[in-house]
Design a protein around this ligand. Sequence first.
Ligand code: ATP
Length: 377
Amino acid sequence: MGATSNICDYATEAPRITSSSSSISDVPYSRLTVQTSLSLPEMTPRIIELCKELFKNWSKQDDSCFHVETVSGGITNLLLKVSVKAESGDTESVTVRLYGPNTDYVINRERELHAIKYLSAAGFGAKLLAVFANGTVQSFINARTLVPADMRIPNLAAQIAKELHRFHQVEIPGSKEPQLWNDIFKFYEKASVLEFVDGEKQKKYRTISFTEIHDELVELKELTGRLNSPVVYAHNDLLCGNIMANDEQGKLHFIDFEYGSYNYRGFDIGNHFNEYAGYDCDYSLYPGKDEQYHFFKHYLQPDKPHMVSVKDLEALYVETNAYMLASHIFWALWALIQAKMSPIDFDYLEYFFLRYNEFKKQKGGCLSLAQSFLQGS
Ligand SMILES: Nc1ncnc2c1ncn2[C@@H]1O[C@H](COP(=O)(O)OP(=O)(O)OP(=O)(O)O)[C@@H](O)[C@H]1O
């Protein structure tokens, strides 16, 4: 994006926060914090101050040249668009992402920042322009955000599958250990010892059997482990809100790598299919076999989708639908932690039950499919 090359004339050097966060050492860093609890008018001067500190080209601009607006209240973060009228008359825009309070309980920020540099170099997501105490500044992407129904339009599904194939080729330096079970068991540890002040919530929470969940996790981990799903750098949260499309350029943008990690390919795909349910969590919209095969063909062989063998399709079908179960448990446990920690007015406890009940509903079919596949192979 043309505008970003000017903005990238940095005012400050980003310090190395820790030895493992060297990926952000070449973008400017500020120790400023912007409280997410402020209203937009209260926040605006602080955001302007932050941008002026971070970007040399903007440091002398009058405050009246800045325009700050909300792009999205997201479930996790607050995203702002900052536009600045340059002397030339051109308007440059960036996004400022303020991390939601308590999101560190479920998001590993160091892991995210480490990966962004490499993903961005491979052409994924918005460019990381700066980091500050409780957020990041990234380039503004001129594209529309998909809605749930878009993801199953055959053309778009093929494009997403191809892009996911490309995403899974990116190599991020560091440990290649898949994180799924580490993350799930960490969530489990936190989620199983919560206490709610609200009596109703506590009563509902008490109905959850964590022994049962633990047994489910052990069984699922053992079975999925036998499927030999390739380990790739996975997005892990590929819902429609994290996919943007520029229809004129025919270009897709995957954004928001907060949950990205080395992980099982089947998890990333199964998790994406779960998102067909949309914001109303209507799991009857989960893609059927034909839709899944269409996706798999473009994922496995983007240049020759018709050459994919039935054997490969069947194997990926089994793998994806076993890991789809893990996706339900992952987000169910995530929701429990959010129910306690997040200030956002959303019924996370109810969301736990939605995902966990769907897991229980799908478990029998998916696991017996995997078992008979393993017996036959
Ligand atoms: N760089 C960008 N340029 C333009 N729009 C963006 C950019 N990043 C995000 N958006 C828009 O803001 C929305 C929310 O962004 P994002 O997913 O990063 O926030 P979030 O708080 O993590 O949301 P959630 O937790 O719901 O995934 C996106 O769906 C997209 O519409």
